[in-house]
Design a protein around this ligand. Structure first.
Ligand code: SAM
Length: 278
């Protein structure tokens, strides 16, 4: 995977990406990174690349021509016309599925905006994808570009070592990941759930699946609504409802789920009852 970043702050991208796992992947040749400083394509030759917005209003706008020149120079040099992602709070919200899709590309160009953003005409001219990393406004597109490059890089073969490459991660099957524990078995009076110490792989897998269902129900119910539930999933979710309605049963199986499972809020109960009725 070859990343190219059009930016006003190349050092920010380079410092971030050359650190930790992505840094190792770049050094190992699994990823490549080239930053292009848009200021080098300033029309005035003094590094200025912004101007006042037509129609008035606060802030400055990045001009179309320096960005377009930086882009044209880049594609001429690399000899291909990769997809160009403009980072913007107005774009489609980035998620794991988009990361998987973009990881199939060989080259990607990221365009990082600043100030009030970028002259609309250059977006029409060169941008193929407008992407947001969430419903909030940041000062620039560099952090969002790094968020995207990091998530995409995890799917590029060789970037993660065997130990790092989780077979199961949040979102991979539409659910959030189950809770994780490491040594010691008891920490400040809190025990690791006994099933994880049992050595029974079937039970561990079932417990993890149940915990994923529970977490997703509690934290991101809208995701649960989109997941295909099998018989065992439904049985577990039904048991949550039953246990909430019959508190006596809660204490009968505290080790299965811990306290968090014991009580569903009214909203969660309603959501689950509706889901299981389908
Ligand atoms: C202050 S923002 C401009 C926001 C713009 N005036 C608007 O309201 O849509 C400056 C730059 O930060 C980047 N940015 C800010 N928030 C972002 C987000 N949530 N996702 C992706 N990029 C973002 C974009 O590149 C944007 O051009």
């Amino acid at each position: 995977m070859n990343y190219y970043v059009l930016t006003l702050f190349p050092e920010m991208i380079e410092n971030g990406m050359n650190t930790s796992i992505t840094g190792r992947a770049i050094a190992g040749g699994y990823l490549s990174l080239e930053t292009v400083n848009i200021r080098d394509y300033s029309l005035t030759g003094n590094g200025r690349i912004d101007d006042y917005p037509y129609g008035g209003g606060a802030g400055m706008v990045m001009q179309a021509e320096p960005i377009c020149r930086a882009y044209e120079d880049l594609v001429q040099r690399i000899g291909t016309e990769p997809r160009v992602v403009y980072l913007t709070p107005q774009g489609r919200v980035f998620d794991q599925r988009m990361a998987e899709e973009l990881a199939r590309e060989e080259d990607l160009i990221f365009l990082c905006g600043h100030y009030e953003g970028v002259d609309e005409r250059v977006l029409e001219e060169i941008v193929t994808d407008q992407v947001s990393i969430g419903d909030y406004v940041l000062t620039g597109g560099e952090l969002p570009a790094m968020v995207m490059m990091d998530a995409i890089a995890r799917m590029v073969p060789g970037v993660l070592s065997n130990q790092e490459s989780g077979q199961y991660e949040s979102f991979q099957d539409g659910l959030l990941e189950y809770p994780q524990y490491s040594r010691p078995e008891e920490w400040r009076g809190k025990q690791v759930p006994p099933v994880l110490l049992s050595g029974h792989h079937g039970n561990v897998d079932r417990w993890r699946r149940d915990q994923s269902l529970l977490r997703t129900l509690k934290n991101r119910p809208e995701l649960l609504a989109r997941v295909e539930l099998d018989k065992k999933d439904r049985k577990y979710l039904q048991s949550l409802l039953d246990r909430t309605k019959t508190p006596r049963l809660v204490s009968a199986a505290p080790d299965d789920d811990g306290a968090v499972a014991a009580v569903l809020t009214e909203e969660e109960q309603k959501f689950l009852a509706k889901l299981l009725a389908i």
